[in-house]
Design a protein around this ligand. Structure first.
Ligand code: HEM
Length: 510
């Protein structure tokens, strides 16, 4: 097997994986033992990948054997009775139906269907930031949540305090806090599940959370069902899944369906809002990047209108800023949920046994100095073709480091199905925030630390302050005018029809 730190009998390396930010220890091991290292978590061989090329070689080129998921005792079996597709092995029937449902809803040609809701939510966001920049973090979450809730349940979200957002945050915070390698002993020793139930001390909290999850996810499903009966529900992922089930195209129970459609809700809010928070942190630390990006926007868009999706081609520096944000401080630090292998394999002379868990440690991969020279610096230029006169950075020269950067979204058959929806949300929000505001530290000279992050599976910046100063009066007036103009649309939007394809239509398309 690939080399790695020496462990102990029975527990392997479990005791060496810290509960605090294990991705940093993984990076250290990759530096010491090589870009493909191995450890044992209990009896499970676990491969840690620290360079993109090796992740592409294994998880992408050999995706037929590296696209499963390991066994998740806490996060999947106990917390959801194996109903979350994200944690299911790819051989599972439920996973296949779930993945197809998401692909049909969110693939690249479908993504523009949501431009309308994304633009609307962004106009609301600008007005919120103009009025009250202190609460910006809540507004970023509202923005991300409203888009995801609209495409999933056909409803908008007006405030981050609404129960629908609060329940999701509580549920996801819990899920991501239990889904950290090495944190629970039962993951390494599943035989503990054979103890009498009353002695399984680790069940108490996940089972309490499961009851709450079942309740609110069923409530959301039933709400869509009621509005479908009343004729007041726009087409959305849930209504189409219910229709497909009625036609016999999907074979899922109510509870399975409630969990299946909730996955964008779980996977798309934290990641999008967290990335926007990283973007603000970067702008406060690199004001010269902000100025350069604003220069591009001023040239292409001017002050008489806001940036629109159709401007994207003319805004390569903005796209590079987004790519660099996703690279500089990736939110899914461990590369999302671990992959698992389904056959014995050999790679670069090493044996990788069937049933290994694989972490493409995004934290380390994105800080690989060979691929991203001066990796700790925020340099959007690394994604742009370098002009000969440009001496601001060292080029990576890697052919996949360009404006089409997809590394932050994972690998192979498990690649993020919400990538295009997520990228579009980031584009409209980043371009309009930079167009509208100068971002400044709340207090002169008090720039927030670029290294203070949470210890979550989706690791986001710790709370910091940021001042949003409208760049000029014309822009402030336009934000107000656009806000006024969307008031009516905000109400109508709830009943707008999205052109979601049914499973049947999409299958015939592909
Ligand atoms: C900036 C935004 C986002 C980032 C950085 C991101 C990143 C990721 C990553 C790294 C993975 C793991 C892929 C792997 O296992 O190889 C993933 C999976 C996933 N993402 Fe995203 N994501 C984002 C937005 C979204 C959105 C908006 C949605 C929903 C529409 C979404 C839904 C999912 C789902 C359902 C999975 C699990 C796929 C599976 O297990 O087969 N993501 N994402």
């Amino acid at each position: 097997m690939p080399s790695g730190p020496l462990g102990l009998p029975w527990i392997g390396n479990r005791h060496q994986v810290p509960g605090f930010m294990p991705w940093k220890k993984f990076e250290e091991w990759n530096k010491k033992y090589g870009p493909v290292a191995s450890i044992l978590l209990g009896s499970t061989p676990t491969i840690i990948i620290g360079k993109a090329q090796h992740a592409w070689d294994l998880l992408e080129k050999r995706s037929e054997i590296y696209s499963s998921r390991p066994r998740f005792v806490m996060a999947s079996e106990i917390l959801s009775e194996n109903r979350r597709g994200l944690m299911l092995p790819n051989s599972n029937e439920l996973w296949k139906q779930w993945r197809k449902m998401l692909h049909n809803g969110f693939h690249i040609r479908k993504a523009p269907v949501y431009h309308g809701i994304q633009s609307l939510e962004c106009k609301v966001l600008l007005k919120e930031l103009l009025n009250d920049s202190k609460s910006f973090d809540g507004y970023l979450k509202r923005f991300a949540a409203s888009i995801v809730v609209a495409v999933t349940y056909g409803r908008r979200v007006d405030s981050v305090d609404e129960w629908i957002v609060q329940e999701n945050i509580a549920s996801m915070d819990y899920l991501t806090s239990v889904n950290i390698p090495g944190r629970y002993i039962v993951e390494s020793w599943p035989w503990l599940l054979k103890l009498p139930r009353s002695l399984q001390w680790f069940r108490k909290y996940p089972e309490m959370r499961k009851k709450k999850d079942e309740h609110y996810l069923m409530h959301l499903l039933n709400d869509v069902r009621t509005r479908m009966k009343n004729g007041t529900c726009p087409d959305c992922l849930t209504s189409l899944a219910l229709t497909d089930r009625d036609k016999g195209k999907v074979e899922l129970s109510d509870m399975q369906l409630a969990y299946a459609v909730a996955s964008p809700f779980g996977a798309g809010i934290d990641t999008t809002a967290g990335t926007l928070s990283v973007f603000l942190l970067a702008m406060l630390n690199y004001p010269e990047v902000m100025k350069k990006a604003q220069g591009e926007l001023d040239k292409v868009v001017g002050y008489d209108r806001m940036p629109e999706f159709h401007d994207k081609e003319q805004l390569p520096y903005i796209v590079a800023v987004i790519n660099e944000t996703l690279r500089w401080r990736p939110i899914p630090v461990l590369g999302g949920t671990a992959h698992a292998s389904t056959a014995d394999d050999e790679y670069n002379g090493n044996f990788i046994p069937k049933g290994s868990s694989i972490y493409a440690n995004m934290y380390g991969i994105m800080r690989d100095e060979e691929m991203f020279p001066d990796a700790n610096l925020f340099q959007p230029e690394r994604f742009l073709p370098r002009s000969t006169s440009d001496t601001t950075h060292t080029d990576s020269q890697h052919p996949r480091i360009n404006l089409e950067f997809d590394l932050p979204f994972g690998f192979g058959r498990r690649i993020c199905p919400g990538m295009h929806l997520g990228l579009n949300s980031l584009f409209i929000a980043v371009s309009r925030i930079l167009w509208a505001f100068d971002l400044r530290p709340a207090r002169e000279g008090m720039v927030p630390s670029p290294d203070a992050f949470t210890n979550h599976f989706n690791s986001r910046p710790l709370p910091f302050e940021c001042k949003f100063v409208a760049r000029n009066e014309k822009i402030a007036n336009l934000i107000e005018a656009e806000w006024d103009s969307v008031q009516n649309q905000r109400r109508v939007e709830a009943t707008r029809t999205y052109a979601f394809p049914s499973l049947q239509e999409e299958t015939s398309l592909s």
